[in-house]
Design a protein around this ligand. Structure first.
Ligand SMILES: [Zn+2]
Length: 127
């Protein structure tokens, strides 16, 4: 039988997480408080960095119509000699990457919806 943490949480209920040492889970182990505080700080920092990156991404992501517009404009400019062919190649490669990401995202969303509909646990699949 797995030993459970005997500490109480903020709500005054028993923690109940798996005890690792001396009847405490890693988060409630008195000898690991400093280590866990550091982990919380790092976790918070990573979370805010992710949130910032995400915010920037959503404001710069192009709709398919916008992407098509940029591609069309670039083709015109390259053909007219106003832009170097290398720019056209770079835009084409980035557009392909963008489309691949969009397709993968759509597949992931459809898969998540199917799993939710079938009652399959997302966490189990990813473990
Ligand atoms: Zn605990």
């Amino acid at each position: 039988m797995v030993e459970r943490c005997t500490a109480t949480n903020a709500a005054g209920e028993r923690c109940g997480a798996q005890a690792i040492r001396a009847g405490f889970c890693p988060w409630h182990d008195p000898e690991r408080q400093e280590e866990m505080a550091e982990a919380r700080r790092k976790g918070g920092k990573a979370k805010s960095n992710r949130a910032r990156a995400r915010k920037q991404l959503t404001s710069t992501a192009m709709t398919p119509a916008e992407l098509e517009g940029v591609i069309g404009l670039t083709i015109t400019q390259v053909l007219a000699g106003a832009k170097a062919p290398g720019i056209g190649n770079a835009v084409a490669a980035l557009a392909r990457a963008s489309i691949a990401i969009r397709e993968a995202t759509e597949l992931e969303e459809r898969l998540a919806a199917l799993e939710a509909a079938s009652g399959m646990n997302n966490r189990l699949r990813r473990a």
